[in-house]
Every structure is written in structure tokens, then in C-alpha cells.
Design a protein around this ligand. Sequence first.
Ligand code: R7I
Ligand code: MG
Ligand code: MG
Length: 329
Amino acid sequence: MNNTLPLKDKFVGALVGTHAGDALGMPVEGFSIDKIRGSFRKIEGFINSRLGIGTYTDDTQMTIGVAESLIDSRDFDGEDMSWRFIRNFEITRGYGPGTIQTLIRIRKGTGWDNASKAVFPEGSYGNGSSKRIAPIGLLYGENTAVLIEQARKASIITHSHPLSINGAQLQAFAIAKALRLDPSENVETNRQSFLTDLTDFSNSLANPYPERMDIICDFLNGNPSEEEIITKLGNNEVSVNSVPTALYCSLRHLDDFREGVLMAVNLGGDTDTIGAMTGAILGASNGINSIPAEWLDNLENGEKGRDYIIALAKRLFELYNEKLTNESI
Ligand code: R7I
Ligand code: MG
Ligand code: MG
């Protein structure tokens, strides 16, 4: 992979970017755009809230679980990963109801690949599997067929609806491609190649993903209002109404972590999650040093906080290198 930015910095950027985007959006999750404007005019940085400045939510907590499991099992292991989710679970982080019920079922003995239809008969179409998929995109990005399958398996632990599986695959693919962008290249060139890759990939997915990518192409050629973005791409906790929105924010501000994540959060709705997904993509493309220093300083840093997440990303990078050497990815 030719890149002027060390790949390790990009692995760290993707996981800390998830934390930063999540923590930035956390205080206003569920706010309408009008409520955000009325309360803050525009969000420009961290805001205090019930959980405290820089605190992450379920999005980052489950991303940590995915990374821990991949590292310790040295590959995808659904049983191990589901128990990481259960052991790391802290209700105050704000989990989706379907995810909570599914994890309870697994804890009571249902198999990891069979538990996720507890609440929704066809499986949840929430964004709960897309939001945590960054480590899969980082580890398995060498081979798209492998990436697709590993993202599917990591999704179905809690989200087995085809639209959630596709959302997780699209987000994982976006992270894998962002990792391979060289930020020292011309941003327009990078944007075009990233957009082409995402559009081609989305054509293999169920509707409305291909339709959403067409809207993103149109948006990038114009200057849509925030209302138009919300109306046509969505900003809620459903996969099809949040993964494409994160892709658009990332494409629009491909060389600017701060602006991309702020755009995501200022749209309102599922702000922590769209912020986390945008942060993962822009951290993967631009690396840890693209995250504003004052934001890094504000991230929670307890037992499994910022420094732990940095160490996890470095261990995931080591595993990636070992697998590359052994040709096992
Ligand atoms: O997807 P999930 O883990 O929630 C993630 C959200 C993020 O915003 C996190 O930050 C956290 O706050 O929670 O949880 P699920 O309960 O699986 O799905 C989220 C929501 O999507 C559900 O509560 C439903 O509103 C909706 N949903 C469905 N509604 C009807 N029928 C998901 N699947 C269905 C369905 O099949
Ligand atoms: Mg959350
Ligand atoms: Mg959320």
C-alpha cells in the first residue's frame, strides 16, 4: 500500500475518530436540527452533558468489543465477540432496545448466530452493527470478498436484517477504502476515486443503498441545505438513514476531520452514531493527527478510554501486519 501517512496512524485515527465523533454527538443525540440551532446555534466542539464531556456511548463501547475480540481470537469468532459485548455492557452508555434484548438472550444461552430475532422478527434494521464495524474494515480490507463476509458475521450477532448487514458492509468497505487513500494526494482526486469505489460497491447492495449513493453524487455536485440532506439521506437510527449520511459528510470534508464530524453532528437526530461513523472514516483517511488536539485532550481516559483505544488500534495494526505476512487475509 503506497501512502505517505503511516498506516498505524490511520488505524489509530479510525478508532479514536469513532470515540471523538461519538462523544461529540452524545450530548445532542435525538435533538432535531431546530433544537440544536435554538440551543447552540452551531455545535463547534465538545459540550457538557449528563455523561460528562468526551464520554463515549454504546457505539464506541461495542467498537472496543469488536477490536478486543479480533485481537485476542486473532480472527472473527462470534461466540467470543458476543461475550465481549456482554462483559463490556454498561447501560448508561445508551444502547438500542433490540441490542439489549439480543445480548440478554445470548447471556441466557441462545447461540450468537441465532439470537438477533428476539425483538424484530426479520432482525433489526437499526444502525447498531454499522456503528461498531470499524475494526472489521481495518483488519479485512485487503480482500473485499473476505471483508463482506466478516462484516456480515459481525453484524448478525445483533442485526440480521439484510439492510443492517448491508449497512455494516458498506461502512466497513468505506473504512477499508479510506485507509488506502493518501491524504497528500489532491483532495478532488481522492474524492472522485472514493466516490467511484463506494458507488460500485453499493450497486451490489439492496435498495435503497444504490439510490442513496446517487443522491450523494448529486449533493457533491451542488450545495444542499441541511434540511435537504436530512430529508433525502436521513439522520435517524435506521441503517439506511444514517450510513449514507455519514458517507456524505465524509466525502464532503474528505481532508478535514473536524469539519466532517461537525457537519454530521449538526444535522441532529442520531448524532453520536453518525458522528462516530464519520469519525471512523475520516480518521482512517487522515490519521490520528487530523483530530483536533483539544478534542483528543477532552476524550474520557479511564480504564477503557482514549489511551486504551489507541493501544487497541496499535495491536490491531500488528495483527493486520502478521496476517499480511502469513497471507491469511
Ligand atoms: O441498532 P441499535 O443497536 O440502536 C443503535 C442506536 C444508536 O443510535 C446508538 O447510539 C444507540 O442510541 O442506539 O438498536 P435496535 O433497537 O436494534 O434498532 C434501533 C431502532 O431501529 C429500534 O429501536 C427501532 O426504532 C428501529 N428498528 C425497527 N423498527 C421496526 N421494525 C430496527 N429494526 C426494526 C424493525 O424490524
Ligand atoms: Mg450511542
Ligand atoms: Mg446513536
